[in-house]
Ligand binder design. Structure first.
Ligand code: ARG
Length: 583
């Protein structure tokens, strides 16, 4: 079904006529005192034509026929055109929405998206830094699929690099087999740290590690088997976390998968004149095609702009992260033919992505694939410093999830002393994991956020438990209705109270919010939408009795409640968050 926004836009377009290429769009109003939707097209046209915006708005309104859906549009401020949706139109809209399995979310023109996310590193525990990539990437994948796009998820595991020289050496000399059984990644992390320390102070150990790396790179059978085993053990632990968080990948093609193409990638860059030798290494420099400020191969210091080339082959002949990413993108384009590739990593990798996207476009100016680096800030402790354990170590994701479940369990137990422990545990699991995911998805991703147990587990405010509780309370109304033998008259829509109309307007915005989220990769917009929806329901519930109302109000209000519960559940589901039936 069409959204109200889309209906208004389709009526606005002919009234605007030739917009000179400006997009003719309508937005839900931020401040609903003056209307429900608005457009700033008159102001934009006025700017382009150096004309009076209010006069242009007047002309547009004169040609506009929206009587079927909106009260007479009004001009406000510098030239906004405001629309107030008629109650009858809201009722009609709601009647289709409540029977729509997609809850009013339109089917968009499908695109093929590859999403590269999570991507932890072998032999290292997944830490809170990987949390945001995992949750953001998963939410984008779920939203993309719900909208009707074809989504390929790929976990680009860090399974290759110089660290494997040290790891092979340590495996042969200092590994504790029993510890490896118990906690493989913990033991791999321990031996890596120890070996690294030894190599720093002992050049013979350093040489030995290098020799192990060369053997591995040359295909030595023993080292190859050790390396494979380290990947296998790490993957088992990653999979445990993914299963727990209900995260799924279509592919897990680690960095090493692309090794066969690395030499060719470098050769192609050199042949096409994109990369050249510099001090024995092979690098890509600026081609001066963009202003200095935008050039990822330049850096500014007190003496002005200096070259900041991207390395694609080190002086010792080894390739690196950039070479691998170039081989990876070539593979993805060949294999999946995507319209867009989305990379979800922390903000410190921005330069890497700007450089490698630019190199790719120089290599293949003819291939139209949108490349998006979806980056995010850090998680901070309540002291405002990077989030650490009390002893100062990085927080392991598995420990964090354990603590979330335990804390939520205690709250549930306290609230429901009559429920059996296993049920409290299950509800605690849903609330705990949901709270952690939501806290991570809610802030604007490009900022840092402070991790606070009290805040994220609170039943008040913009949190997952608040939204889950809103859902649970609506479900309780339906249980009570069933107990009282109340049946609803399906299809009854009777909207009289302002709070009912406000709730319908919010429900109608679900289908307008989701497509916008994928445009700039911001699941936080969905969090905010769900919070507004829960608040609109709360106001409605305060103002309008549901079960105690007479017909047809009762059936209509039950339909409003049902649509709200389904939208909350679906929306949270798109963020990877479950809802309990009671809590
Ligand atoms: N393994 C990397 C890290 O932990 C992230 C990889 C992101 N994906 C990519 N294609 N570069 O930082």
């Amino acid at each position: 079904m069409e959204t109200i926004q889309a209906i208004l836009e389709s009526k606005l377009r002919p009234a605007v006529g030739d917009s000179g290429g400006l997009p003719v769009t309508v937005q839900a109003a931020q401040d609903t005192r003056f209307g429900d939707y608005q457009t700033n097209i008159a102001m934009q046209l006025a700017k382009a034509r150096k004309a009076n915006p209010r006069a242009i708005a007047q002309e547009i309104i004169a040609r506009l026929d929206v009587a079927e859906i909106s009260e007479t549009p009004e001009i406000a401020g510098a030239g906004f055109i405001n629309f107030r949706i008629k109650s009858e139109a809201l009722a009609t809209h709601f009647a289709s929405l409540v029977s729509d399995p997609r809850l009013g979310v339109p089917q968009v023109a499908p695109r093929k998206l590859v999403i590269d996310f999570s991507s932890p590193n072998v032999a290292k525990p997944m830490h809170v830094g990987h949390i945001r990539s995992t949750f953001l990437g998963d939410a984008l994948a779920r939203i993309g699929r719900f909208l009707g796009h074809s989504v390929v998820t790929d976990n680009h595991i860090g399974d290759w690099g110089t660290q494997f020289g040290m790891l092979c050496l340590a495996w042969k000399t200092i590994v504790d087999k029993a510890a490896l059984e118990r906690d493989p990644i913990g033991e791999l992390e321990r031996i890596y740290k120890l070996q690294n320390e030894r190599c720093k102070s002992d050049s013979a150990a350093m040489d030995a590690a290098r020799a192990e790396l060369v053997k591995l790179q040359n295909g030595d059978a023993e080292n190859h088997a050790i390396w494979r085993e380290m990947i296998r053990l790490s993957q088992v632990q990653f999979d445990t976390i993914y299963r727990r968080l209900d995260i799924n990948f279509d592919h897990t093609l680690g960095e090493s998968f692309y090794n066969p193409w690395l030499k060719d990638t470098v050769n192609e860059l050199v042949q096409k004149g994109i990369a050249r030798e510099s001090d024995g290494a092979i690098c890509v420099f600026s081609d001066s095609s963009v202003p200095e400020k935008e050039d990822p191969f330049l850096i500014k210091d007190e003496n002005g702009w200096k070259p900041s080339p991207a390395l694609v082959q080190k002086a010792d002949g080894a390739s690196n992260y950039t070479t691998t990413d170039l081989a990876t993108i070539a593979y993805r384009v060949r294999e999946f033919a995507p319209d867009e590739i989305i990379y979800v990593t922390d903000g410190r990798q921005q330069l890497h992505f700007r450089q490698f996207f630019t190199i790719w476009k120089r290599l293949h100016p003819d291939i139209a694939v949108k490349l998006s680096h979806v980056w995010f800030g850090s998680i901070l402790g309540e002291d405002g410093k990077p989030f650490k354990t009390r002893s100062g170590d990085t927080v392991k994701l598995a420990d964090l999830l354990d603590e979330a479940e335990e804390r939520a369990f205690k709250v549930v137990r306290e609230k429901n002393p009559e429920l059996p422990e296993t049920e409290c545990r299950e509800i605690g699991r849903i609330i705990g994991l949901g709270a952690v995911k939501y806290a991570d998805l809610l802030p604007n991703r490009q900022g840092d956020y402070v991790f606070s147990w009290d805040k994220l587990l609170s039943f008040q405010g913009n949190t997952a438990p608040y939204l889950q509780n809103a859902y649970v309370r609506i479900r309780a109304i339906f249980r009570k209705a069933a107990e009282a033998g109340i049946t609803t008259q399906a299809g009854t829509v009777n909207l009289t109270e302002p709070a009912e109309l406000e709730l319908v307007k919010k429900l109608a915005q679900f289908g307008e919010t989701l497509p916008a989220i994928l445009e700039d990769h911001r699941p936080n917009l969905l969090c905010n939408y769900l919070f507004e929806l829960a608040n609109a329901y709360h106001s409605f519930y305060e103002a309008c009795p549901v079960l105690k109302a007479d017909e047809p109000a009762r059936s209509s209000r039950l339909a409003l409640s049902d649509a709200t519960a389904r939208t909350l559940k679906t929306g949270l589901g798109l963020l990877g968050i479950e809802v309990p039936e009671r809590m």
